[in-house]
Design a protein around this ligand. Structure first.
Ligand code: TYC
Length: 117
């Protein structure tokens, strides 16, 4: 009964209702959940990677529609760096690896990195 349960707390109730009458109030502790840290995936500008390749990549890897892909590409082109998306650690890491591999395979110098938000 009450004595056997780690979640029981002192509560001022009389647990002993007499013979065969064990009465207990169980107070459960709320389970603790933690939100995962989030990471920005960043694309860096360079002078050689074709704009069309960057737009294609933003659609293929980051699931952007054509309009968003062009907007993000132009932002990176003009300001030097830009956010492609925000993800949990392992998803961000996978996106970065996909960008680096696709760039390497197509012989573009495009660079991609991640940073904790
Ligand atoms: N600056 C490149 C060009 O003019 C285009 C480009 C945009 C390259 C974004 C990389 O992350 C990048 N061809």
């Amino acid at each position: 009964m009450a004595e056997d349960n780690e979640n029981d707390q002192e509560n001022g109730n009389d647990d002993n209702g007499g013979p065969g009458q064990g009465v207990g109030v169980v107070t459960k502790t709320a389970p603790k959940t933690k939100r995962p840290s989030l990471y920005k995936v960043l694309l860096l500008n360079d002078d050689y990677t074709p704009q069309e390749f960057v737009v294609w990549l933003l659609q293929a890897v980051f699931k952007k529609d054509a309009e968003d892909a062009v907007r993000i590409m132009m932002h990176v082109h003009q300001s030097g760096i830009g956010v492609c998306g925000v993800y949990t650690y392992e998803i961000a890491e996978t996106k970065v690896a996909q960008v680096m591999e696709l760039s390497r395979r197509n012989q573009h110098p495009l660079q991609c990195t991640m940073e904790r938000e």
